[in-house]
Design a protein around this ligand. Structure first.
Ligand SMILES: Cc1cc2nc3c(=O)[nH]c(=O)nc-3n(C[C@H](O)[C@H](O)[C@H](O)COP(=O)(O)OP(=O)(O)OC[C@H]3O[C@@H](n4cnc5c(N)ncnc54)[C@H](O)[C@@H]3O)c2cc1C
Length: 395
């Protein structure tokens, strides 16, 4: 049970980003410690649990134990109730994250990492401008563990970034407040279809969702832009109104509350001996707030770069900068554009949302990428084009 005094990599956080980093680093032959502050990895769940199946497959064998539903389509409802059915760009599943997250960390252990729950990072060891390890309370005892590289995968309330002097605080306008019920005993229109509902009265600066977890059970939740809570109505009050309308009499099996930073990747992803991944680095997709796959990509990327740096004997900020470079090339630029689009789209009137849905319904969606769909819809409506100009011309 005793921890080593030093590891090549210490990962703070046992979510998908941290697990992917630990798997990758351990597969590269590095010594890895992953710590998770919660009593049990995977709980409490703070997620609607929809992910791309093919994106997780390289990290964990698909297992019916954590696949709650296979999804054939997304349906987007405008404020007036008209809807459009959008096929997924890649196979999508709804998972049981409490099992999925635990099994992902288990995959890291199988690859050679050490994992420890009930272990909270409380600070970093910083010497000569370099992060050299982590201070923690592990199973009730104070410990310090040295590391060549610390990977902060500590989610939306990340402290690793703050401790390391990296700027990670989002603006309120770049933050979704999220609330979700796991509802049971509800008649689902289609248990293989994820629904999104948009409208300014329904979820100002956000949207509501119904993600099936079986024939009569679903994650039903809602995000609103955090600044809208100032108007006096909480996200939960908006969700209650939605549930009352759509699923009166439903049973509530769980309530979850959370926040998602959706303003685009933080400016500084790395420092001397430290890297940030996943929600800690604001790498979620800005419009939907979906971040599991992106956290996994980031964890894999960061750990690969850390492994190269350690092999070369230099894990300074300069050496670790290969990670932000790769991130921005593969995902960061698209996320930046989506963040700009979010600011335009979330200010649309209900009439304009309805027009968007009606236009989309006329397109051959099965043959088009998401980007093509957005461009085609925008081109059909000069007003929309103007409103979304920031998306088309990213700053
Ligand atoms: C309501 C809601 C619904 C969502 N639905 C979806 C969805 O359907 N699909 C999707 O892709 N994304 C969804 N997301 C976003 C998704 O949950 C996150 O983007 C994803 O979990 C990010 O993974 P991560 O590993 O970066 O962070 P997390 O999953 O948040 O993991 C961070 C971990 O770090 C631990 N930690 C924090 N501080 C410390 C510390 N000091 N010491 C040790 N451990 C620490 C935390 O306990 C946590 O386990 C949703 C989010 C919310 C709030």
């Amino acid at each position: 049970m005793k921890l080593q005094e030093a590891y090549d990599i210490v990962v703070v956080g046992g979510g998908p980003g941290g697990a992917a980093a630990a798997i990758t680093a351990a597969r590269r032959g590095l010594s890895v410690l992953l710590i998770e502050k919660r009593q049990e990895i995977g709980t409490p769940v703070r997620c609607a649990e929809a992910i791309g199946r093919d994106q997780v497959a390289p990290f964990i064998a698909l297992d019916p134990a954590w696949i709650a539903a296979e999804i054939d389509a997304f349906r987007i409802f405008g404020p007036s109730g008209q809807s459009v059915r959008v096929p997924p760009t890649s196979p999508t599943i709804v998972v049981e994250r409490k099992i999925f997250d635990r099994e992902l960390v288990n995959a890291a252990v199988r690859a050679g990492a050490t994992a420890r729950a009930m272990t909270r990072a409380t600070g970093l060891i910083i010497e000569d401008g370099f992060v050299r390890g982590v201070k923690m309370i592990s199973l009730g005892r104070e410990e310090t563990v040295r590391a060549r590289v610390v990977i902060g995968a500590d989610g939306p309330e990340s402290q690793v970034g703050l401790w390391a002097g990296l700027s990670t605080m989002p603006r309120m306008a770049d933050y979704y407040t999220a609330v979700q019920y796991l509802l049971a005993g509800i008649p689902l229109d289609d248990p293989r279809e994820c629904q999104y509902h948009i409208g300014n009265d329904l979820a100002p600066g956000g949207y509501a969702w119904v993600f099936p977890k079986g024939p009569d059970k679903a994650n039903v939740g809602l995000v609103i832009t955090a600044t809208h809570e100032k108007n006096g109505r909480s996200a939960q009050e908006y969700l209650d109104a939605f549930v009352e309308r759509r699923f009166p009499g439903a049973s509530v099996l769980a309530l979850i509350l959370g926040g998602i930073p959706v303003g685009g990747t933080v400016k500084e992803l790395v420092g001397n001996g430290v890297m940030l991944v996943g929600d800690a680095a604001h790498q979620a997709e800005p419009i939907t707030g979906g971040g599991i796959n992106l956290a996994i990509f980031a964890g894999e990327m960061a750990a690969s770069v850390a492994a190269d740096a350690i092999a070369a004997g230099d894990w300074s900020k300069k050496a670790l900068e290969a990670y932000p470079r790769r991130w921005h090339q593969e995902h960061g630029r698209a996320i930046k554009s989506m963040a700009a689009l979010r600011h335009s789209v979330l200010k649309f009137s209900d009439e304009r949302y309805d027009r968007l849905v009606a236009l989309a319904a006329e397109l051959p969606l099965a043959e088009m990428s998401v980007f093509d769909i957005i461009l085609r819809v925008l081109r059909h409506d000069p007003g929309l084009l103007l409103a979304a100009r920031e998306f088309l011309i990213p700053t």
